[in-house]
Design a binder for this molecule. Structure first.
Ligand code: DAH
Length: 359
């Protein structure tokens, strides 16, 4: 029995020593398996060896003592592993601790881009007049961008000087060839194909032209198209509508003037000019000629006209029963005037110092 006590003491000392040495989770697992694995962990071996070695009449006492020792060893191991875990989670909490005296992370609020802002304002003006909003694809067919808008087959606008065509379309008939829409007018056709009169829509969107960028040109820009078709729509409805829209956008003292022009899809057609918002329409300012209107007192802003009867033929409207007007304007041009910007490229360079001024 004395030998058994000695061996038990040694065993407990050994397990305590090893327990103190456990540093990591994997070490902890190894330690536990070494002692407690069912098949040949140290405890299983001790059980077998010590019991076997005991004389027959001492077996009961030895068995009891072995069980006590086993429980102690197991407790030592469980405690050691638990402590290890507590220490680990305490140190990860340390790392997570929040220093509330540190300055916060600033997440600056974004703002609407001036072009989108201008576009939404203009769309809002027409929404108030009862117009709804329609959109169409930026990749169009020749049919919607030109043919159905009454452009004759050899019209120079199709020229690659102006239009960006999708490559490898030559095997298709002209009307099916794909291109980047050069204006928002194709949305007029798409709208009339799916709606019967009365129609009152505005169509905002991005358009593309084969233009080199400079202070007044950009290969990508935006337009807002308008279309109203009903019975008895006249040129004076067009004038009244656009005069109102320009006053809403630029102020009630602005005057409008309609100047004869030409578009294949309108007849008659007009360019709309507004009285110069920089010199109040006088043509001179600060003792000299006004640079913005080239001393004319007028600034050209948009195109419009009465929908050409040929266009109705493409969408199955009866030109004897309905009439309507259409208009189209460049959003950048309006924004440039409204905000006094002198270079269209500023809208597209993405410089926040410029953009945040519109926030
Ligand atoms: N689509 C023309 C352009 O891009 C603008 C335009 C003019 C649209 C007259 C119209 C219109 O609807 O009636 O230059």
């Amino acid at each position: 029995m004395a030998a058994l006590e000695k061996a038990a003491e040694n065993l407990l000392a050994a397990v305590r020593r090893e327990a103190a040495e456990v540093r990591s989770e994997s070490q902890g697992k190894e330690f536990r398996d070494r002692w407690m694995a069912r098949k040949n962990g140290i405890l299983t071996q001790v059980n077998d060896l010590w019991l076997k070695a005991a004389p027959k009449d001492a077996k009961r006492d030895v068995g009891q003592r072995v069980n006590e020792v086993k429980t102690q060893v197991e407790q030592t191991i469980v405690d050691a592993l638990e402590n290890k875990q507590k220490a680990a989670s305490a140190s990860s909490k340390d790392a997570e601790r929040l220093d509330i005296t540190l300055p916060g992370i600033r997440r600056p609020l974004g703002a609407e881009h001036p072009i989108i802002k201008t576009m939404n304002e203009m769309v809002g003006v027409f929404r108030n007049l009862g117009y709804s909003v329609e959109e169409g694809p930026e990749i169009e067919t020749d049919y919607y961008n030109f043919e159905a808008l009454n452009f004759p087959p050899n019209h120079p606008a199709r020229d690659t000087q102006d239009t960006l065509f999708i490559a490898n379309q030559e095997s298709k008939p002209l009307r099916d060839r794909l291109l980047l829409r050069t204006h928002t007018s194709p949305v007029q056709i798409r709208t009339m194909e799916k709606m019967k009169p009365p129609v009152r829509v505005v169509c905002p969107g991005k358009v593309h032209r084969n233009d080199a960028p400079d202070a007044t040109h950009s290969p990508i820009f935006h337009q807002i198209e308008g279309l109203a078709v009903d019975t008895n729509i006249t040129f004076s409805d067009l004038k009244g509508t656009l005069d109102h829209a320009m006053k809403e956008m630029f102020g009630s003292s602005v005057k409008t003037r309609f100047y004869p022009s030409f578009f294949p899809f309108t007849e008659p057609s007009a360019d709309v000019q507004i009285s110069c918002i920089f010199c109040g329409g006088r043509g001179y300012r600060d003792g000299g000629p006004c640079r913005n209107c080239k001393a004319s007192g007028w600034i050209e802003l948009l195109g419009c006209g009465m929908v050409d009867p040929n266009v109705y033929g493409f969408v199955d409207y009866d030109p004897k029963k309905v009439s309507g007007f259409a208009f189209g304007m460049g959003v950048e041009r309006i924004a440039i005037l409204k905000y006094g910007v002198d270079d269209i490229q500023l809208f597209f360079n993405g410089d926040v110092r410029f953009l945040e001024q519109f926030a």
